[in-house]
Write a protein that binds this ligand. Structure first.
Ligand code: UD1
Length: 346
């Protein structure tokens, strides 16, 4: 079966997508520089699927190494491009690092694709491109608002780079996937979200606080214009999200796309507040998450959730996991990981 290049395949969404691809019979090669991931994830993927994916420790910014990689794996038929830096706050501190990592890597891929006869690329974009939408739920046709961070800008510009490149080279095609907030872990608890250092995102902070690794969770603001005052997001199970990538790849390989560049929202259509997430997490896992309300976090959007109906109808894909199951899976992964670390240390 076709080989798929998964950049950032050792990362959180990437590793779950590799599992789904291999389960469907695709061959995979992961390219990852392990800047925010761990090589051990390959063991998890192998335990779940019985297959250890090919792995290359390469930075996608390195054109020459990427060129060699494409020569080595000359059967790649599609790329899923996850590899990128994604911490909003860090991007404000280190804009050039973000522009280099996120844009040069994409440019390298788009330049190498025609040389190596690869036609298809799935791009990891984000609901961040909508900023604070005027109308909720947000559809793919909502206006793109000025980015609030260099990270957000790399996603907007990345989408434009893809559109311009494909306009000039009609032999290429792309599916742009705008993710809402992925959370949770594979049901085996073998892989999950494993940020290096202090987590920026909500769920790893919740699980690490429940475990006692962090004293308390800080809830960024309770004075927003929302029912309980905390921010609202569309939290989607990472496995649901991963499955959409397999469908996107199949759609391109089977020539079912309706245009050279297609864009889809990947969310559940359900908005949940930070406080609702904490409360449900505590209930379904029977564990306490100490938290305190602190000041708003700079750059946070008040509320955003998806209208996923275009993806539902066109891709035949729907997010099916319940919030309860998703939050259980996040906790199971954290516990399993903690056990593994303890076992290694003793
Ligand atoms: C943001 C971007 C998203 C991007 C992601 C990458 C928006 C709308 N979303 O997600 O596109 O891909 O960063 O990391 O810009 N929170 C707390 N305490 C914490 C952590 C988070 O209260 O310790 C709250 C935040 O204020 C927010 C919610 O939890 O309301 C989710 O935050 P987070 O997981 O960081 O994701 P986003 O900021 O939504």
């Amino acid at each position: 079966m076709a080989r798929i290049l998964v950049t950032g395949g050792a990362g959180y969404i990437g590793s779950h997508t590799v599992v789904e691809l291999q389960t469907k019979g695709y061959d995979v090669v992961i390219v990852d520089n392990l800047s925010n991931s761990n090589i051990d994830v390959l063991n998890g993927i192998e335990t779940i699927t019985g297959i250890r994916p090919a792995f290359e420790n390469i930075d996608c910014v390195d054109y020459v190494s990427m060129d060699r990689m494409f020569e080595k794996y000359n059967d790649i038929e599609a790329i899923i491009h996850f590899a990128a830096s994604k911490a909003v706050g860090e991007s404000v501190e280190k804009p050039l690092m973000y522009y280099r990592n996120n844009l040069v890597s994409l440019i390298n891929l788009l330049q190498l694709m025609p040389i190596h006869k690869v036609k298809n690329i799935v791009f990891s974009s984000s609901c961040t491109v909508y900023g604070q939408p005027d109308i909720l739920p947000v559809t793919e046709n909502a206006p793109i608002k000025p980015a609030l961070s260099p990270y957000g800008n790399t996603k907007q510009v990345g989408e434009e780079i893809i559109r311009d490149t494909i306009y000039a080279n009609r032999s290429l095609q792309s599916i742009i996937l705008r993710y809402f907030n992925p959370i949770g872990a594979h049901s085996s608890a073998e892989i999950g979200e494993l940020p290096n250092g202090i987590p920026n995102n909500l769920l790893p902070f919740v699980t690490q606080t429940a475990l006692g690794l962090r004293k308390q969770l800080m809830v960024f603001g309770n004075d927003y214009n929302t029912p309980d005052g905390s921010c609202i997001r569309d939290y989607i199970h990472v496995v649901d999200l991963a499955k959409a990538h397999v469908i996107a790849v199949q759609r391109m390989l089977n020539k079912q796309t309706k245009s050279d560049v297609e864009t889809f929202n990947l969310g559940t259509g359900r908005g949940l507040s930070v406080l609702e997430i904490i409360k449900t997490f505590e209930e379904v896992n029977n564990v306490e998450v100490p938290y305190k309300i602190v000041a708003r976090r700079e750059g946070d959007i008040e509320k955003v959730w998806a209208d996923p109906s275009y993806a539902n109808n066109e891709l035949g894909w729907t997010a099916v996991e319940t919030l309860e199951e998703t939050l259980r899976s996040a906790w199971a992964w954290e516990l399993n990981y903690a056990q593994r670390v303890n076992a290694e240390q003793s």
